[in-house]
Design a protein. Structure first.
Ligand SMILES: Nc1ncnc2c1ncn2[C@@H]1O[C@H](COP(=O)(O)OP(=O)(O)OP(=O)(O)O)[C@@H](O)[C@H]1O
Ligand SMILES: [Mg+2]
Lengths: 229, 432
């Protein structure tokens, strides 16, 4: 079976004025469906840049990115938007909830891009909130919730449209140990019980332990270190 | 028909009225009604059905800012609405002029007299139905400041030539049968509290009696209204015979002649016939259609629509800057959120239209409130006991206002909408 993700000779560089900053020259990687990959590495090593390319919010300057048997690196902006809506759930370090919407409305956002009617949307939203154990907080505003609760709302938002892939950039970077463990357990559950493929960037070795394997990124290259979950 | 400064002072009084209490009152009444009746919840429901929920939430996230921008827009449309009804009321003098009515004045100047014998000579011409004559009296009530458009007229031909004047049959009877009778328009009668049956003294600032007095006594026999809502009802008419016999300035002169032709198409021929008839006499005439005469008269006031237009333009320009700036700031503050929405898969064009919808909603909702307040102001002005033209919020004004609302919404929204459209996700997310 072909891998869910297949990166072939991916290159990425930024041009800043006259200077050209090369982050990846020749990056190759495969991610199987159902995998849970942690990506670690020093600051500035290109972890976020890689995640952005996997998530289709940034495009490589060279090479190919294959997802589920189709190339995504040459899609137009509009096609990528549609692809993201269908295939990817994003979880950010700072939750990035809409401050004027309550938890349920925040979770509903990705469903506004579907053809679902409002009844069905509400049903799906409540299912997602139940999964992160926040159904009793549906009507709460983001500023009425703790960081951990907000991140769980963000997870619910990421999974509500049932994408294959979850991309998390330091999802526990802003949380204390106990809360972080809860979030990571939730991610693990999504991986094992719901077969979500997860790619998670983290600085925290303890967090990386929840993943099935950890990739170390350094100077634009992987230093692989297989780990049991 | 009044003088230059009269209208200017009216405009100022109107402006003062605009900036005082009634301005914010309707706004709060509507707000309160929304809260009380649950219309606000209904609006949310409708917005949801239209997929405007996010737009609505964005719009209302900063209540103070929303209120201030709405208030500014509201005031601009109130000014616009009120001044437009005012201008339209003045223009109505031209628009409502009968096409088949001509005015015959002294060729030197319309304030110079004509001999009364001219009336019968004009009557002898072809292609005209009725002829009447009027004298400007220069009347004022109690105080020289209270001057009014007052004319000495031939009582029965006046009513046939100026048939937009509406009297009850009894009033008409009394008017024709009296000597010192006077008919006053509803707006001026309301202003001075005149009732049918009153005996009132009116002074002239032009004429005097044989004994040197400038005061005449009149019996109010009728209060007239107009066939159209915008018909002027601020004039006063009385009998020429009473005037002619009591004033000491030389008898049997009239101010101007009003002629009704059988058809507007005949106007040209009739005009030529009249002016030819009196060519090379000591009192040569100039005959013009009433529309032309009124137009020329309004132009004497100074270019009123230019003044009003400038006020309205200034108001909208300020609004454009205020609302446009506030929209740009509001959207800039949401840079990160827009980045997140795009990451989730919201298309750039969708975000573009969401922002345009936001500025359009803002402009249309506050503009509609402004027009609502205008309609209340119009009712208030029309009922107030002061001499103002009859104000009507015409469909033309409402449509024009709607067009301006949409334009305002588009112009204030386009810049932030384009910014959001072009916003790069990575730049947006790393900027938070
Ligand atoms: N838009 C950009 N323009 C120019 N350089 C960029 C841009 N985005 C990232 N970079 C550079 O690319 C390199 C990798 O950045 P990236 O954000 O991927 O690092 P990271 O591994 O996520 O670091 P951190 O752990 O601090 O989040 C950095 O040197 C950064 O300065
Ligand atoms: Mg990073």
């Amino acid at each position: 079976m072909a891998a869910l993700f297949d990166l072939k000779n991916v290159a990425k560089s930024f041009v800043k004025g006259k200077e050209k900053i090369t982050i990846f020259e020749d990056l190759n990687m495969e991610i199987e469906e159902g995998d849970f990959v942690a990506i670690m590495g020093p600051s500035g090593s290109g972890k976020t840049t890689l995640l952005n390319m996997l998530g289709g919010v940034d495009q490589p300057t060279g090479g190919e990115v294959w997802f589920d048997g189709a190339r995504i690196d040459k899609l137009s902006e509009g096609q990528l938007a549609k692809w993201r809506a269908n295939n990817v759930g994003f979880i950010f370090q700072f939750y990035n909830l809409m401050p004027m919407l309550n938890a349920a409305r925040n979770v509903e956002l990705p469903l506004l891009l579907t053809r679902l009617g409002s009844k069905q949307r509400t049903k799906n939203v409540m299912t997602a909130l139940k999964l992160v154990e926040l159904e009793d907080r549906a009507k709460h505003m983001p500023n009425e919730m703790s960081g951990g609760q907000q991140q769980r709302v963000a997870i619910a938002r990421a999974i509500v449209s049932d994408p294959k892939l979850l991309l998390c950039d330091e999802p526990t970077g802003d949380l204390d140990r106990a809360t972080a463990d809860e979030i990571l357990k939730t991610l693990q559950l999504l991986n094992t019980e719901f077969n979500k493929t997860i790619v998670m960037v983290t600085h925290d070795p303890a967090a990386a332990k929840y993943a099935k394997r950890t990739l170390h990124l350094d100077k634009g290259e992987f230093v692989e270190a297989e780990q049991a979950a | 028909m009044t003088a230059v400064w009269h209208y200017i002072s009216l405009i100022f009084r109107l402006l003062i009225r605009i900036v005082t209490a009634p301005v914010w009152l309707p706004f709060w009444i509507v707000w309160w009604l929304f809260e009380k009746t649950g219309i606000n919840r209904l609006i949310v429901k409708v917005a949801m059905a239209l997929g405007l929920y996010l737009v609505f939430k964005n719009l209302t996230r900063k209540p103070l800012r929303l209120f201030l921008t709405m208030f500014a827009t509201f005031v601009a449309f109130l000014i616009y609405g009120t001044l437009s009804t005012f201008e339209s009321a003045i223009d109505a003098g031209v628009e409502l002029s009968a096409d088949d009515r001509l005015i015959v004045v002294n060729k030197i100047n319309f304030t110079q007299p004509l001999p009364i014998s001219y009336v019968n000579r004009v009557k002898g011409l072809e292609n005209l139905t009725d002829v009447t004559h009027l004298n400007w009296f220069g009347g004022y009530y109690q105080d020289p400041q209270n001057f009014m458009a007052m004319f000495a007229v031939d009582e029965d031909t006046f009513l046939t030539v100026y048939n937009e004047i509406v009297l009850t049959p009894e009033e008409r009877q009394d008017w024709l049968g009296s000597r010192q009778g006077l008919i006053a328009g509803k707006s001026i009668a309301d202003q001075y509290g005149w009732k049918v049956g009153d005996r009132i003294p009116i002074n002239s600032n032009i004429f005097s009696k044989a004994d040197g007095s400038t005061s005449w006594e009149f019996d109010v026999v009728g209060i007239y209204t107009g066939t159209d809502a915008q018909t002027d009802t601020s004039s006063v008419y009385f009998h020429y015979d009473y005037f002619n016999e009591t004033q000491s300035f030389g008898r049997d002169f009239i101010g101007f002649i009003g002629v009704r032709t059988v058809d507007p198409a005949m106007n040209e021929g009739v005009i030529k016939a009249i002016d030819d008839l009196f060519a090379n006499t000591p009192y040569e005439t100039e005959t013009v259609p009433e529309k032309v005469f009124n137009q020329a008269f309004i132009e004497q006031i100074g270019n009123l629509s230019l003044i009003l237009g400038s006020v309205v333009f200034a108001a909208f320009f300020i609004i454009l800057v205020i609302v446009g700036n506030s929209m740009v700031l509001a959207i800039r503050e949401r840079t990160g959120e827009i980045g997140v929405l795009k990451t989730l898969g919201f298309k750039s064009t969708r975000i573009f239209f969401m922002i345009l919808a936001e500025s359009l909603l803002l402009a249309i909702f506050s503009g509609a409130l402004g027009l609502l307040a205008t309609s209340l102001a119009v009712v208030a002005v029309n009922q107030a006991p002061i001499q103002l033209p009859v104000l009507v919020l015409t469909p033309a004004i409402i449509i024009e206002a709607l067009v301006i609302m949409i334009g305002l919404g588009l112009v204030t929204g386009i810049l932030p909408a384009v910014n959001a459209l072009r916003l790069n996700i990575i730049a947006a997310l790393s900027r938070q």
